[in-house]
Design a protein around this ligand. Structure first.
Ligand code: ADP
Length: 800
């Protein structure tokens, strides 16, 4: 018997050891999960430790103690709960039997209490989805799904912890987060506390419908505390009397008049509106607002994630919440006495004045920009509202969350800068195209008179070749200013890369190693394949140059990678510029010099180069930038740790749309025109304001056998046509002083409805087609050669 007891104890001892080992393993797993959930090592370690204690204790107690004693030592989850509460996401743990064992405060706020997942009071579809995800997590270890909690998108991630628990994590997006918190706040116990301070609070959707209201509001507006008020029109509950005072409609004009406060909450047209209503004269039935009520208001303010502070009649701070201290950079050790203490000297007077006015009972809310002494470079919007009925507090001061605004400002500044430079570049390109048209045209005409072997032939040829190179540069400028004609197709990035890989190998040379890696599950993108090839080539050439600068023989590695970037991953990146969405990314990295910090902000500007004269044009990256932007994508440059630089391009995944128009196939190519060949018959009216272009075009067309009439602008052309027979063709520039090409054509078509038209322009066809709304016109981009002009004229006449 004794031996048996001993062996029993020994077995129990080994079981206990096993339990400890198991609980340690569980703790590590749980700690790891919390690390993943919260992203903080200290918290994770703390959670791990707590879990060791709790899980170990529970299991050990259950096994080692007689059954009767177990109930008395239920686990104490307070430590774990406190730790989980540090997570910005809602977290809950459930056991095998589906019971809720622990959840944090955020969970309570979002789900209004402690319901057990998956039964969170959601509709059937959402509940089923969450239930299925829970079962999947038991089976596979983890699962995720998106659910909708009272109109807010919430991402649920469920993970199995050991064999016994499920960890549920609910992540909300920022904006909906704030809305959900505030909704829960108003409708929950905090709303009641507000109510006892005599404040009726409601959260409205932008169209004025009520999303949530506290009980006092419901009682006063509807006559019943628990009335279903969600979705009803806020304004319907109020009436205004002849003196402009607001009353509850239910109480009539003789009821207490109300003061309506709009608490600044979120920016944007579709942001909800938070309103607080206060009785102008506190109703006799209500207790006077005492210090306890004021403390409720403070606790509400402390809870709100919006920076808020209360100021008394003498202009002194009474209370400020954490969000305010953070936003204003308040030193907790020496809090400021007056609002003026926070701002730069120049703004002190204006702020103090406004606060005084509101303290004395000024009516409407006001906003004024101030600069905090902490961050004078970034002005912040301060809103002031009179706050009667809040005890000592007389003024409610709030700050607009400037981080969002700052982000926007940076984006706008970047976009404006690039647009301005783009416009300039586009204008320059347009003028250059005119000049180049004249140069190339004259060369063509001269070449027709010279034969190879002539003394001048080679020189003229040289001029022509160089002019063509210049035309290539202006095309790049047009690309940068996003004015070139793109022919987008739905394509896969790896196809584009494989298309250029041979060219790349030749460009990079023997000493550079080219590594290409493609990610899985890449979504198709919509872009012009030729232009994307240009992008890859430009980036690869820069990479090569950067590696040549490191070692003269240019050894190194260029890595081209593609990957799928999901909307979720984008959200995690917290990147200022990149909107949330699914992308296919292309990354080209090198082992070169890297990009010095002072150079990095300028690299995408046209003509910015650090290369020697003659080596760099400074147009490579600006072309890349233009192409990517025109394709709806984003590009980022960064330096790699160690050495080298990387360029990452994000192209939005193309959502297949039925009936997308097939890419236009170019019309069957007409036979080429041989230089010097003449065949033209008929009269052409040529309208062009640039003398040099007009002269060369006229000569080219006359040479082809046409009779050419010329005019230097639209009005002159109309004058010339008055009372005349129709010419066979009208060739015209688009942008001209006095009367532009399209306006002139509209007039001419009234006289000759079927007159064929050929527009020539240094701007992109795509852009012009958008602005020229005339049927049946052809288009010839500048610069053009004599042959191209002749071919275009012939094709339009042939189609007549
Ligand atoms: P260019 O190559 O003609 O100078 P770009 O617009 O292509 O013009 O590039 C602008 C500048 O950006 C380069 O002169 C160089 O200083 C820098 N740069 C571009 N790519 C890299 C890279 N991979 N590594 C280091 N610097 C680079």
């Amino acid at each position: 018997m004794a031996a048996l007891a001993l062996s029993d104890v020994a077995t129990r001892g080994s079981v206990a050891r096993l339990i400890l080992a198991l609980s340690a393993a569980c703790a590590v797993a749980a700690g790891g999960l919390i690390l993943w959930a919260v992203g903080d090592w200290i918290l994770a370690a703390g959670f791990g430790a707590a879990a060791v204690i709790v899980i170990g204790a529970v299991v050990a107690v259950r096994l080692l103690l007689p059954a009767a004693q177990v109930a008395a030592t239920e686990p104490d989850w307070t430590v774990a709960h406190a730790i989980a509460s540090a997570s910005p996401d809602a977290i809950a743990l459930t056991d095998r039997a589906g019971r809720l064992v622990c959840a944090n405060d955020r969970y309570q706020a979002i789900f209004r209490g402690y319901p057990t997942p998956p039964n969170l009071g959601l509709d059937d579809v959402q509940g089923d989805r969450l239930g299925a995800a829970g079962r999947q997590a038991w089976r596979d270890g983890d699962a995720r799904t998106d659910i909708d909690v009272r109109g807010n998108a919430v991402e649920a991630t469920i993970t199995r912890v050991g064999d016994d628990m499920l960890l549920w994590k609910f992540e909300t997006t920022d904006a909906s987060d704030l809305v959900a918190t505030t909704t829960a706040l108003i409708a929950g116990p905090d709303g009641d506390r507000l109510g006892s301070a005599g404040i009726m609070a409601a959260l409205l959707s932008p169209d004025g419908r009520i999303r949530a209201a506290n009980r006092v509001f419901r009682a006063r507006a509807m006559g019943q505390e628990d009335g279903a008020i969600e979705g009803r029109d806020f304004a319907r509950f109020l009436v205004t009397d002849s003196a402009g005072l607001v009353h509850f409609e239910r109480e009539g004009l003789s009821g207490t008049s109300l003061r309506v406060l709009q608490v600044p909450f979120l920016d944007g047209d579709d942001a909800p509106i938070l309103v607080a209503l206060l009785d102008e004269e506190p109703a006799m039935a209500l207790p006077a607002i005492g210090s306890s009520a004021a403390s409720h208001v403070r606790s509400l303010i402390a809870l709100l994630p919006v920076p808020l502070a209360l100021i008394d009649r003498d202009g002194r701070f009474v209370h400020m919440n954490d969000a305010f201290t953070r936003a204003a950079g308040v030193d907790a050790a020496a809090p400021p006495l007056y609002p003026g203490d926070l701002v730069v000297r120049e703004d002190k007077g204006a702020l103090a004045d406004s606060v005084r006015r509101f303290g004395a009972g000024a009516g409407h809310a006001t906003q004024l920009p101030v600069r905090f002494a902490e961050r004078p470079e970034e002005p912040v919007q301060v809103s002031l509202t009179g706050a009667r009925g809040l005890g000592d507090a007389a003024v409610l001061m709030s700050l607009k969350d400037s981080s969002e605004e700052g982000k926007l400002k940076r984006q706008v500044a970047q976009a404006t800068k690039m647009q301005a430079v783009g416009q300039l570049a586009g204008g320059v390109a347009h003028d250059f195209n005119n000049i180049l048209t004249a140069i190339i045209g004259h060369c063509d005409l001269m070449l027709m008179r010279h034969t190879p072997g002539d003394s001048d032939y080679d020189d003229i040829h040289q001029i022509r070749t160089n002019s063509n190179r210049a035309a290539g540069l202006t095309r790049q400028l047009l690309a940068f200013s996003r004015q070139q004609t793109l022919r987008p197709q739905v394509l896969q990035l790896p196809d584009v890369i494989s298309e250029v890989s041979n060219l790349l190998k030749r460009l990079l040379g023997e000493t550079v190693h080219l590594v290409v890696q493609h990610g899985r599950g890449l979504g198709p993108v919509r872009a012009d394949p030729g232009q994307l090839e240009q992008v890859v080539v430009n980036l690869a050439v820069n990479a090569r140059d950067a590696m040549l600068a490191v070692s003269p023989n240019g050894g190194g590695t260029v890595t081209i990678e593609t990957s799928a970037v999901t909307a979720r991953a984008v959200r995690k990146m917290e990147e200022d510029v990149l909107p949330v969405g699914d992308y296919t990314a292309l990354r080209i990295s090198d082992t070169g010099t890297g990009i010095p910090a002072d150079v990095l902000p300028k690299i995408f500007e046209p003509f910015f180069t650090t290369k020697e004269v003659g080596k760099g044009t400074g147009l490579g990256l600006s072309t890349v930038y233009g192409i990517i932007k025109q394709s709806g994508g984003y590009i980022f440059a960064e330096n790699l740790p160690g050495s080298g630089a990387a360029f990452t391009i994000y192209l939005p995944v193309h959502a297949a749309s039925a009936g997308a128009p097939a890419p236009a196939t170019p019309a069957a190519a007409a036979p080429k025109v041989k230089a010097g060949e003449t065949w033209g018959t008929g009269t052409i009216l040529l309208v062009e304001d640039e003398d040099m272009v007009r002269a060369v075009a006229e000569r080219a067309l006359v040479r082809q056998g046409y009779t050419v009439l010329t005019a230097e602008n639209g009005e002159a052309a109309l004058e010339l046509l008055r009372g005349q027979a129709a010419p066979d063709l009208l060739i015209s520039d688009v942008v001209m002083p006095l009367m532009d090409g399209p306006t002139m054509v509209r007039h001419v078509r009234k006289q000759f409805p079927n007159l064929p038209i050929l527009f020539m322009s240094g701007y992109a066809e795509e852009q012009l087609r958008r602005s020229i709304d005339i049927d049946n016109v052809a288009f010839l981009p500048k610069p053009f050669s004599v042959q191209q002009l002749a071919e275009a004229a012939r094709d339009v006449l042939a189609a007549k």
